[in-house]
Design a protein around this ligand. Structure first.
Ligand SMILES: C[S@@+](CC[C@H](N)C(=O)[O-])C[C@H]1O[C@@H](n2cnc3c(N)ncnc32)[C@H](O)[C@@H]1O
Length: 217
């Protein structure tokens, strides 16, 4: 991934037009920024306006706040109540409406449908054995014509622990993420090199990215 200039948007919120913010660590901000840029480029193609966006494992809400400030109706889930509370406060300070819930990627059910399902650096917390069923659930709550913009770290040779992301994170097999979108239009797919902070093990990691559209039938 490339380094970038400071963003033009709110502090701490990257702006796809200006480029990703430079951070001292090189950090986990960057994967999300790249996905945001992809969604923003495709915004006009979404089924409804304002679009409804779901962020799976939204952490402290950086990406959700970015979308909410640009008119998306946003919903986020995260397992960590502290992160959810931080996101709530962060949004409150900015006067941004967010709908948030403490919920588990592995079991959560959703009400209604979404124009965008977004997830950055969180799907690795799905154990390999539940992924197929969980992706089926995420696909089912997407409007026809809606998008998924997702990424996952890959561990060559199979689903292996990926501690650089956190305890319990497990890598995807190369190509696995793309495989959950058979029958959907693949709008973009790619792989990016990512350098985790040294404190988290350093080295290099490979991040696969998929932007896929649910067929309109
Ligand atoms: C590396 S962070 C990414 C956060 C955010 N998407 C971002 O890009 O900054 C991974 C997030 O996944 C959340 N997470 C881990 N396991 C989860 C689970 N089973 N269900 C929901 N969220 C989970 C963590 O609490 C954490 O906020």
């Amino acid at each position: 991934m490339r380094a970038g200039r400071a963003g033009r948007g709110a502090p701490g919120v990257p702006d796809p037009v200006a480029g990703p913010p430079a951070t001292p660590t090189g950090a986990f901000d960057l994967p999300g920024w790249h996905l945001i840029a992809r969604v923003m480029r495709l915004r006009r193609t979404l089924p409804r306006s304002p679009p409804r966006l779901l962020d799976l494992g939204m952490g402290r809400g950086r990406d959700l706040i970015y979308f909410a400030r640009r008119g998306f109706r946003v919903h986020g889930i995260d397992l960590d109540p502290v992160a959810v509370e931080r996101a709530r406060r962060r949004a409150g300070r900015r006067g941004v409406p967010l709908s948030l819930a403490v919920a588990d990627l592995r079991s959560v059910r959703f009400r209604g449908r979404f124009d965008v399902v977004f997830s950055s650096s969180a799907l690795n917390f799905l154990p390999a054995g539940v992924r197929r069923a969980r992706f089926a659930c995420y696909r089912a709550v997407t409007w026809p014509g809606g998008l998924h913009a997702v990424n996952a770290f890959v561990t060559p040779g199979g689903a292996r622990p990926f501690p650089a992301l956190g305890t319990g994170a497990v890598g995807f097999r190369p190509g696995e993420l793309r495989g959950y979108y058979r029958g959907w239009e693949i709008v973009e797919q790619g792989a990016e090199e990512f350098v985790p902070p040294a404190a988290l093990g350093g080295g290099r990691a490979r991040l696969e990215v998929v932007v896929a559209r649910r067929p309109v039938r």
